[in-house]
Design a protein around this ligand. Structure first.
Ligand code: MG
Length: 248
């Protein structure tokens, strides 16, 4: 069942989204060669705590940290720790916050110093894929219009879309129905209605679409070792069109 949110609920989710965006911004401001992913995790934890909110990921199915930190060929769900970023890396960070029982969820991928031109283009195309998906968050459109728009941009850029992990509805739980794949056939799926809130999150690989999970039970990497990018926003569908909730 897809739970539609009232305007009052969406206002609360806007606050959860704002805290999430602030945490992500605190991380982004610190991304540079020499910083550890554990230090980035501390910054996000502090930002969420200082806002009086709760971290959404810590303890979720036993996840040990506030952020997912996924460098280079790690697609999603990397565990932050002692790993030090170096010039030429990319680092994807996914973070969530809870305010009054409602969730926000967002992700961003940064270059560390100078990255290869093809990698810079991967980040740009993945970000444009997210924007294309958000633009379809309009009442009357269909769910897979979002999916098809993301896929068209990603594959049009010469990259591939991860199948195993998808976006999702979000509200009083981090993962609600429906699933929001980053691939699909336009014109299919449930009709989008005001009050639906979706986390749209393209995961795009420079090489092939395949992924593998590490023995830690969390870290998901590209099967071919190619770099992967991840951008995510929590988006409310309203009569006036898409409203991105994960903004400062
Ligand atoms: Mg998500």
């Amino acid at each position: 069942m897809i739970v539609r949110k009232s305007p009052a609920e969406i206002e609360t989710m806007r606050e959860a989204g704002r805290v999430t965006a602030c945490a992500l911004a605190a991380v982004g401001a610190a991304v540079r060669a020499g910083v550890t992913t554990g230090e980035l995790d501390d910054l996000a934890a502090t930002a969420i705590r200082d806002a009086g909110a709760l971290p959404a990921f810590k303890g979720y199915h036993g996840f040990p940290a506030t952020i997912c930190a996924s460098p280079n060929s790690v697609v999603v769900h990397g565990i932050p720790g002692r790993e030090r970023l170096v010039d030429g890396d990319i680092i994807s960070v996914d973070v969530g916050a809870i305010v009054d029982g409602y969730y926000g969820d967002a992700a961003f991928t940064w270059p560390v110093g100078e990255v290869a031109p093809e990698v810079a283009r991967l980040l740009e195309v993945t970000r444009r894929g997210l924007e294309a998906g958000i633009a379809r968050c309009v009442p009357g459109m269909r769910l897979y219009d979002i999916s098809a728009a993301v896929q068209r941009v990603a594959e049009g850029g010469g990259f591939s879309v991860v199948r195993e992990y998808v976006g999702h509805g979000i509200g009083r739980a981090m993962h609600e129905e429906p699933q929001v794949p980053n691939y699909g056939t336009a014109g299919r799926g449930p009709t989008l209605q005001p009050g639906m809130v979706l986390a749209i999150e393209p995961m795009v690989n420079l090489g092939g679409p395949g992924v593998v999970q590490a023995k830690d039970g969390w870290t998901v990497s590209t099967a071919d070792g190619s770099p992967s990018a991840h951008f995510e926003h929590t988006v409310a569908i309203t009569e006036d069109g898409p409203v991105v909730l994960t903004v400062e």
